[in-house]
Design a protein around this ligand. Structure first.
Ligand code: UDP
Length: 193
């Protein structure tokens, strides 16, 4: 495990290219990977909230989305050196998915936001295959699962805010035929502009 523990919370010691390679290599296998972004605020909260700590530690990759994580690592003589932000990792995965002809799906955000973000992604990456979108206020859980499975994406970006998106991924990933799950917070809002 290429990880370090900060206040009981695991943090991945990956670079954009090492994590991207690992994620794309598991596509086509039965393995799944779940990515959560951690920042100092989340680590402080998790240090006092065992359920939140377990939820973060249940992910496969806890990316250090915050310079404070690198500082904390240095203070404990650790070796987390590369900051990986949620939105930049999402953009990296999107670019790689276009290159490798893999499908993405956007779930979350207010009605219309995921569609707007998808349109922007399609403009930036003409060959990307966006398998679908669902807004983050859809109530019918079964319909959400069925829609995603029917679209059969390789990567599912979930933007419900933290920790809601991580709880949703943990609760549902086994029912989904998706390889990579990334919780991306407000990233669809940023991409939609
Ligand atoms: N959101 C959603 N469904 C919900 C609650 C929130 O889709 O039930 C969306 C909200 O529209 C926003 C995102 O989740 O796009 C949360 O963004 P925020 O920046 O607050 O998340 P953070 O990155 O701070 O976790």
């Amino acid at each position: 495990m290429n990880k370090e523990t900060i206040l009981g919370v695991q943090v991945s010691k990956e670079t954009y290219s090492s994590i991207t390679d690992k994620l794309f290599n598991l596509m086509g296998t039965s393995d799944q990977a779940f990515i959560v972004a951690v920042n100092p605020e989340k680590i402080m909260k998790a240090a006092e909230d065992p359920e939140l700590k377990d939820l973060i530690n249940a992910a496969d990759y806890q990316i250090p989305d915050g310079i404070g994580i690198l500082i904390a690592s240095r203070l404990q003589k650790g070796s987390v050196r590369d900051r990986i932000t949620g939105i930049d990792l999402m953009q990296t995965l999107v670019a790689e998915a276009e290159k490798r002809e893999k499908k993405i799906f956007l779930y979350g955000g207010k009605p219309g936001v995921a569609d707007k973000a998808a349109a922007q992604i399609q403009l930036d990456h003409p060959k990307i295959n966006i398998a679908g979108t669902i807004n983050g206020y859809e109530k019918d859980e079964e319909k959400i699962i069925e829609t995603i499975n029917a679209a059969n994406p390789d990567i599912l970006f979930v933007a419900l805010g933290s920790p809601k998106q991580e709880e949703w991924i943990k609760a549902n990933k086994q029912r989904l035929n998706v390889s990579v799950f990334q919780g991306v917070g407000g990233s669809f809002d940023v991409i939609a502009g």
